[in-house]
Design a binder for this molecule. Structure first.
Ligand SMILES: Nc1ncnc2c1ncn2[C@@H]1O[C@H](COP(=O)(O)OP(=O)(O)O)[C@@H](O)[C@H]1O
Ligand SMILES: [Mg+2]
Length: 144
């Protein structure tokens, strides 16, 4: 487990970018944390670290967006998916078994459907330390 504190969106992006630079083909990254905490900001930095030059926009309404970096990058937001069946319908299995790197916002919504070897990233606000302060915890275990 690794926990880091960031004090701006830029710091969160930089941390994510660093993590992405070590990401391996086929790896899955699961993001959890409340609305507005910085999951999409993290995804933007992560994409940059994977060498994606295209602008990353939130996949809230499309569920998944695909990008090309040094590896394919698949960015999911599964907030609106009701169950595991709908995950199957969007081809989730093919994505996670492919050679690309997957990053899934709201992965905790369908926690049981996430692959066992995923990396879990929890982002939390720390209002007592300021409005732009976040704690970012990276774990190999599927827990909050
Ligand atoms: N330390 C920080 N890390 C990430 N985002 C931050 C931070 N401080 C402030 N923010 C702001 O919080 C918001 C996060 O929005 P977003 O990434 O869309 O959240 P989510 O995808 O979790 O709903 C952005 O407006 C961002 O600028
Ligand atoms: Mg988001």
């Amino acid at each position: 487990m690794k926990q880091q504190i960031t004090y701006s969106e830029a710091e969160t992006r930089a941390l994510a970018s660093e993590l992405a630079s070590e990401a391996k083909s086929g790896q899955v990254f699961c993001l959890q944390g409340d609305l507005g905490v910085g999951k999409t900001a993290f995804a933007k930095g992560f994409a940059a670290g994977l060498g994606v030059t295209e602008d990353v926009v939130s996949p809230t309404f499309t569920i998944v967006r695909e990008y090309e970096g040094r590896l394919p990058f698949y960015h999911f937001d599964i907030y609106r998916l009701p169950d595991g069946d709908s995950l199957y319908d969007i081809g989730f299995d093919e994505y996670i078994e492919g050679r690309g790197v997957c990053l899934i916002e709201w992965a905790d919504q369908l926690r049981e459907e996430m692959p066992e070897d995923a990396v879990w990233i929890t982002i939390e606000k720390r209002p007592e330390e300021g409005p732009d302060c976040r704690s970012i915890t990276i774990r190999k275990e599927n827990v909050l």
